[in-house]
Design a protein around this ligand. Structure first.
Ligand code: GLU
Length: 554
């Protein structure tokens, strides 16, 4: 190009008066200790927080925290197609309900905090245009007037040519060599234009960079004249990334692995702008095992309800459990650390970005539920009561009324087999509580006497009648159980399981069968937490009524 670039810059951006130097002064390097890392989570406002997003946000926050740095939240709303009216709240609420908080940036729909803002890209047009004007002045960017049809024709030509690289570059880049007169005429004719980067890479040269997670990566240099500003003046992801991560003073751009192939483009852009290239870390994808094919695949927004973080709020997975499980996926060292520090807050884990695995991590709902059962088993009854009530208030109002009608009693119910050194691991999420304890609430109890195959109805009846005769609600647990043992022999059962196993033909069954029959009559289940506690909570008249009812039904 042999024209005056300053003249072109004025033609394209007559109203832009600010300078890059002013921006540098407005957003100075951060005053942080040596080694402190500045990271960002940068979602599009889609009204949806993907589990992979939460995973990435945790990596951002951990990286900043362990280094005494800053993590901030930036909303990338340059792609109008992906945006919805308030696409931000679902993201900020999803993050905060799982305890992932940022030091600065967007805090909700239309709100933010911090000195490096605005943190929403649509509010940063001024910044992009200043940098764009500077690039034009330096001959590093030019306007392109190609229409959609012309770009289609170019693609067809590339196809016909069998071009190995596709895109706007080299001899295909028609507008790269327009004269100032031609540009002026196009502008005067009101033709829409985009601003393109004048790439100076060589496809035969390679560029190397050090990915913090993946190590050295080498790729051909960028030769594509990428769009920087769209015809409405809105930046592309590429240009916004470079301007924002520079002026927000990001030290580590941690993002999904789908961006690896764009790195040469981004490095070229950073250099063209005269900005220091941040460190890149490309995180692995969160995968799941497809039940039909048995293959690992990306968690899909369409197919997998658990792809949305809101799913875990709806089913009532405690935030500690989801975070605990995601930590095991984020860092292979987490489980060892957890064994050594069983009661520490997961946030205290000495995270190291470099040790993160580069390969996709498998999200397994069953494993999450195991982790969750463990987390819940360690909670106090008061805590469980409060969390269940809070969850039910929003997600199951009828159950909320039943559960909170007698708080003392519900607390005692969730306290069965809890608050002891070996607490029972039962529910994994709050939406299981109603069903798990349903027989303890008359509103939900449904009698059902499906006897085990080895117990005849007549024997069951005999067991229940004999038990009713000795049942005394004042008995402590040992006395209560001794009475059940004592019922065995007269009814043809043995109180001694070992004895039964040695000589099964000599008995109708053992004490386990006897108590199963009683349990079935009282709870309609074969398996429950501690039956003595259950009876204690039901009270004498309810227990007797249920057992008599069972006898009548048999
Ligand atoms: N807005 C980009 C996305 O949604 C973020 C990529 C990045 O973190 O740089 O994928």
């Amino acid at each position: 190009m042999d024209y005056d670039c300053n003249a072109l810059a004025e033609l394209l951006f007559p109203d832009v008066t600010g300078t890059v130097a002013e921006l540098e002064a407005q957003y100075p390097p951060r005053d942080l200790p040596e080694g402190a890392r500045v990271t960002r989570f940068a979602p599009s406002p889609t009204g949806y927080l993907h589990l992979g997003g939460l995973f990435g946000a945790m990596v951002d926050v951990l990286t900043a925290r362990v280094s005494g740095g800053i993590a901030y939240l930036r909303i990338e709303d340059t792609d109008k197609k992906r945006e919805i009216a308030d696409g931000v709240s679902a993201i900020t609420e999803g993050l905060s309900s799982f305890g992932v908080t940022f030091d600065e940036g967007v805090t909700g729909f239309g709100t933010e905090q911090g000195a490096y803002g605005p943190y929403t890209q649509s509010k940063r047009t001024g910044v992009y245009h200043i940098v764009a004007k500077q690039l034009v002045r330096e001959g590093k960017a030019y306007p392109c007037f190609c229409t959609a049809e012309e770009l289609d024709a170019m693609r067809e030509r590339q196809e016909a040519d069998g071009a190995l690289i596709r895109g706007y570059f080299g001899r295909y880049a028609r507008c790269r060599n327009l004269s100032l007169d031609e540009i002026q005429a196009n502008l005067a004719a009101g033709k829409p234009w985009v601003l393109r980067f004048r790439a100076d890479g060589d496809e035969n040269r390679r560029i190397a960079f050090e990915d913090v997670i993946r190590g050295k990566i080498e790729m051909p240099e960028n030769i594509i004249d990428e769009v920087l500003l769209k015809s409405d003046g809105v930046p592309t992801y590429h240009f916004a990334h470079v301007c924002d991560d520079h002026f927000m003073r990001t030290t580590h751009a941690i993002r999904g692995e789908e961006w690896i192939s764009s790195v040469p483009k981004h490095i070229a852009l950073f250099k063209a702008c005269g900005f220091r290239v941040p460190k890149y870390a490309h995180t692995p994808q969160v995968l799941k095992l497809d039940e039909e094919t048995g293959d690992k695949r990306k968690l899909s927004k369409r197919k997998d309800p658990e792809a949305a973080v809101s799913y875990f709020t709806q089913v009532g997975t405690p935030k500690e459990a989801l975070i605990e499980y995601l930590m095991t996926l984020i860092s292979s060292g987490f489980e060892d650390w957890r064994r050594a520090n069983p009661d520490a807050d997961a946030a205290a884990f000495p995270f190291n970005l470099k040790k993160m695995s580069a390969s996709g991590c498998l999200f397994d709902l069953a494993k999450l539920n195991d982790v969750s059962k463990n987390v819940i088993s360690k909670m106090t009854a008061d805590e469980v009561y409060a969390r269940v009530a809070e969850w039910a208030k929003t997600y199951d109002e009828p159950f909320y009324s039943v559960f909170t009608a007698d708080p003392q009693r519900s607390r005692a119910i969730v306290n069965i087999d809890r608050e002891n050194p070996k607490p029972r691991k039962d529910v994994a999420k709050w939406d299981e509580v109603k069903e798990f304890f349903s027989y303890l609430y008359n509103e939900y109890y449904e009698p059902r006497f499906e006897l085990p195959e080895n117990v005849a109805p007549a024997d069951a009846k005999a067991i229940l009648n004999a038990w009713l005769a000795v049942y005394d609600p004042a008995d402590d647990k040992d006395t209560w159980f001794q009475k059940i043992k004592d019922l065995c022999e007269p009814l043809g059962y043995t109180p001694n399981v070992k004895e039964y196993k040695q000589n099964p033909d000599a008995f109708k069954g053992h004490v386990g069968d006897v108590s199963t029959v009683i349990r079935l009559a009282v709870t309609a289940r074969r398996n429950t937490p501690d039956l003595w506690s259950v009876m204690d909570l039901l009270g004498e008249s309810e227990v007797r009524a249920r057992v008599q009812n069972a006898v009548a039904a048999l």
